[in-house]
Design a protein around this ligand. Structure first.
Ligand code: NDP
Length: 487
């Protein structure tokens, strides 16, 4: 534990290189969803803090060291931050599990290395953002400069609190921007800790500011602030729409990643055991609180019953357990209201005519916690609410289909378009279906794989813009055209 996150002391905001209290002096409590007990108090940022942080970020960008730093030096600092995250992976992983309820296996073995990997990968981009020379006319020397945007406001959700810091801050900083990041109130701790490690790595004051606090006050203030050049947001559709509207007044760029209801399609010619594992991990990894969760499982009719039986057997073997136990694979949902929402959807599914083939109930661990069983709903049709709406929990809707055209029609018959999966041994079919799916990502014979080098984002109601990959760095930079008369 650090000074900021020491027992008995409230976690602070990170503004202008310092750990500080909120201007109002207010704090809020962050809770452990597995035990229903408080973890600690956290400084509660408000609009005044947003203003302080934006001013610090502006100063670091406009006249301070970050805007003038050699890209190679930026690269070195971001790489160092990646190293520090790896060195502190045990501590950060534990904090994440306490705050979010996800199994320590996920937060320590997968999420923490992924965040470090983001800073390592994107550090390399700092020295590789180049413009072009453009031969338009012998009378001119014409070229483009690829420049940062300035100050980026990042607003992130509670389902991947530390990973989202890496996904948003690493490319933005590598491109030369300064960042003000607002974690979700539900899960502020790892963002604060990474903010501290950034200072330890040597990032100058104001370059990465962290503001835990309510979206409706500090988040909205950030979105409306004229000193912010871009908002990058991951979260719910409703808030995403509001943010887009609020960005209009100051003509800000915006990137929105708004979740999904992703189809995971299993054809009869698939390796069925691999597909069962993929279907299982596609929905139950991260307790199903995953924007890209394969929450609609489309199964070809000829193998439907056999496949469902195998999947149900697997789902019934995995029970919710203490998230701090390294063997646990199904943790606690983030809070009581999310649990109620998820259980409400199970009821809705039954009232619409679906059958609970596995799970379906709350299952406290040691008498406490917002745990829900791995749930499989069968007999679902694509028009039901449980097939169309994002449940954001460990609930899988299984929908039969008949042939390629029916699979593609059902897969695309949805508001969202974030991700999708295709399971088949037929290479031609796999790639033809991949082309026809309206989704930002298609996984073939796998599911839920991510890498900082591969872009991730949605189409349709899932939003626009891309996290990760070269595309994300481009989205945090802009092009300037320079004309020089040489005659
Ligand atoms: P929200 O969209 O409300 O929250 C996402 C982030 O936006 C949080 O940091 C939140 O702050 C902030 N925020 C809220 N209102 C504003 C605003 N007016 N201006 C600026 N920022 C704001 O998601 P919820 O936590 O309420 O989750 C609701 C549902 O959204 C889930 O059940 C799920 O279906 C979906 N969801 C999708 C995610 C995805 O990955 N696409 C992630 C999380 C949720 P704070 O919460 O701290 O007040």
């Amino acid at each position: 534990m650090t000074d900021t996150l020491a027992p008995g002391k409230p976690a602070k905001l990170i503004i202008d290189g310092k750990a500080v209290d909120a201007a109002s002096g207010e704090t809020f409590t962050t809770w452990n969803p597995a035990t229903e007990e408080p973890i600690c108090e956290v400084a509660k940022a408000g609009p005044e803090d947003a203003n302080r942080a934006v001013q610090a970020a502006r100063a670091a960008y406009d006249s301070g060291p970050w805007g003038r730093m050699r890209p190679a030096e930026r690269q070195r600092l971001l790489w160092k931050l990646g190293d520090l995250i790896l060195e502190h992976a045990d501590e950060i992983g534990r904090l994440e599990t306490l705050d979010n309820g996800k199994p320590i296996f996920e937060s320590r073995q997968i999420d923490a290395p992924m965040v470090a990997n983001c800073f390592h990968y994107f550090s390399g981009w700092a020295t590789k953002l180049t413009g072009d020379t453009v031969p338009v006319n012998p009378a001119f020397f014409t070229y483009t400069l690829r420049e940062p945007l300035g100050v980026v406001g990042a607003i992130i959700p509670w389902n991947f609190p530390m990973i989202m810091v890496g996904w948003k801050a690493a490319p933005a900083l590598a491109a030369g921007n300064c960042v003000v990041l607002k974690p979700a109130q539900e899960t502020p701790l790892t963002a604060v800790r990474i903010g501290e490690l950034a200072l330890e790595a040597g990032l100058p004051p104001g370059v990465l500011n962290i503001l835990p606090g309510p979206g409706s006050s500090v988040g909205a203030a950030l979105v409306k602030h004229p000193g912010v050049d871009k908002i990058t947001f991951t979260g719910s559709t409703e808030v995403g729409k509001q943010i887009m509207r609020d960005c209009a007044d100051t003509v800000k760029k915006v990137t929105l990643e708004l979740g999904g209801k992703s189809p995971n399609i299993v054809f009869a010619d698939a390796d069925l055991d691999a597909a069962v594992r993929g279907a299982y991990n596609g929905i139950f990894y991260g307790k199903g609180e995953v924007c890209a969760a394969g929450s609609r499982l489309l199964v070809e009719k000829s193998i439907h019953d056999e496949f469902l039986a195998k999947l149900v057997e697997r789902a019934q073997k995995v029970q919710p357990a203490d998230p701090l136990d390294p063997k646990t694979r199904l943790g606690a949902l983030v809070n009581e209201s999310q649990m109620k929402k998820v259980l409400g959807y199970v009821e809705t599914g039954v009232s619409e005519g679906a059958t609970i083939a596995a799970g379906g109930k709350r299952r406290p661990v040691n008498g406490k916690g917002w745990f829900v069983e791995a749930t499989v709903l069968s007999g679902v049709s694509n028009s039901m609410r449980v097939a169309q709406e994002e449940i954001f929990g460990p609930v899988l809707a299984v929908i039969p289909f008949d042939g390629v055209d029916d699979a593609v029609t059902k897969a695309n018959d949805i508001f969202y378009g974030l991700a999708s999966g295709v399971w088949t041994r037929d290479v031609k079919k796999a790639h033809l279906v991949a082309r026809r799916l309206a989704a930002g990502t298609v996984w073939i014979n796998t599911y839920n794989f991510y890498d900082p080098g591969m872009p991730f984002g949605g189409v349709k109601g899932s939003g626009f813009g891309r996290d990760l990959g070269a595309d994300s760095v481009r989205e945090y930079s802009q092009v300037k055209s320079v004309w020089t008369s040489i005659e």
